[in-house]
Design a protein around this ligand. Structure first.
Ligand SMILES: [Zn+2]
Length: 143
């Protein structure tokens, strides 16, 4: 048992409905859930499609590109493993689904709504988490 839990990063606890998403993150692949019946793409994972209630769901890789839909700058440290300031943002993926993540590699004062971002992966205590950084869609750097 870890006796130093206060400084341990609070990692996601995958469930049977979110395991596919987190497993893909460990391979640095961002995925969404896709409905086999109506084609709806969504996050987070759940037992059924939120559009048509079908349980025929699959995990599908996405581009990792999106825009900042909304964000908050935390100026106060709430967890010792996550020192302020840090940014929590709602990212709208190009494919439609939104997810909550962090914005990194960007001064918080430079973050604006609709700013293009792309996913990158960072490890916390050996667990790979998707985070987003600024991205200029006109300068796509392949490789
Ligand atoms: Zn559906």
């Amino acid at each position: 048992m870890n006796t130093n839990s206060q400084s341990t990063y609070p990692l996601p606890q995958p469930t049977s409905f979110t395991k596919a998403f987190w497993d893909a993150c460990q391979d640095k692949v961002l995925t969404v859930y896709a409905c086999n019946d109506c084609g709806h793409l969504f996050l987070p994972g759940g037992p059924v499609c939120p559009q048509c209630w079908s349980s025929g769901l699959v995990s599908q890789p996405v581009s990792g590109r999106g825009t900042v839909y909304s964000f908050v700058i935390y100026q106060r440290t709430y967890h010792p493993a996550i020192p302020a300031p840090y940014v929590v943002a709602l990212i709208a993926l190009e494919e439609g689904p939104r997810l909550i993540s962090n914005i990194i590699n960007c001064a918080s004062g430079n973050i604006v709504i609709d700013m293009p971002v792309r996913v990158m992966f960072e490890t916390e205590d050996g667990f790979m988490l998707p985070r987003f950084e600024p991205f200029n869609p006109d300068q796509r750097n392949e490789g």
